[in-house]
Design a binder for this molecule. Structure first.
Ligand code: SF4
Ligand code: SF4
Ligand code: SF4
Length: 184
């Protein structure tokens, strides 16, 4: 029986942290299924459980994870130093950060996987790693958050396109001042 990308992806923790050196869980799953990737032990957050599950799925001998699992942590923002640049929101793959331009940002620990992708992005270095007080989100939660992020990005893109169309609408208006001048 052939293994599908969906089957393989469902074994992965969905943190989208890229520590497997792929651009997310699905690309890693796709590479494994296509045979382009042979190592089943690249997923750091998944640890031994994911290696074992992948070994079972691909009927391969299990092995040790390539890297030590990450310590369970979360990221917090020192809001006094946050300048509201929104860069961390764009970097977070699971939509765990809330805030708006020029406003203080906060990390929602219940959604934060501790992947630390946001840390090097912050221009004021006001984000730091802390011990968790809540359990890590489940792969299902991570998937839901990733989909939510993708939907938000699509909406933002559509809004930008609508604004752009509105800003150039006068070019098609035969009575606009610009077009009347050009006719002269
Ligand atoms: S959770 Fe695992 S498979 Fe997914 S991106 Fe991170 S390292 Fe790769
Ligand atoms: S807030 Fe930072 S550490 Fe937490 S999931 Fe988002 S990018 Fe990863
Ligand atoms: S990257 Fe840093 S300064 Fe910018 S919004 Fe996030 S926490 Fe604030």
């Amino acid at each position: 029986m052939s293994i599908t990308i969906e089957q393989c992806e469902s074994v992965l923790p969905q943190t989208q942290c890229r520590q497997c050196s792929y651009d997310g869980c699905r690309p890693y799953a796709a590479a494994l299924v296509s045979g382009q990737e042979s190592l089943i032990n690249r997923c750091r957050p998944g640890g031994q459980d994911v290696v074992d599950a992948l070994a079972q799925l691909f009927e391969l001998p299990s092995t040790q994870p390539l890297q030590e699992p990450l310590a369970e942590c979360t990221v917090v923002v020192n809001v006094d130093d946050c300048i509201g640049c929104t860069l961390c929101i764009q970097a977070c793959p699971v939509d765990a950060i809330v805030g708006a331009a020029k406003m203080q940002h906060q990390v929602l620990q219940e959604h934060c996987t501790g992947c630390q992708l946001c840390l090097p992005i912050c221009p004021t270095a006001c984000m730091s790693i802390e011990e968790r007080t809540l359990p890590l989100p489940s792969p299902q939660d991570n998937k839901k958050q990733t989909e939510q992020r993708a939907a938000k990005k699509l909406l933002e893109k559509q809004e930008r396109m609508r604004d752009h169309r509105a800003s150039i609408a006068h070019l098609n208006d035969p009575n606009s001042v610009l077009n009347l001048c050009l006719k002269k």
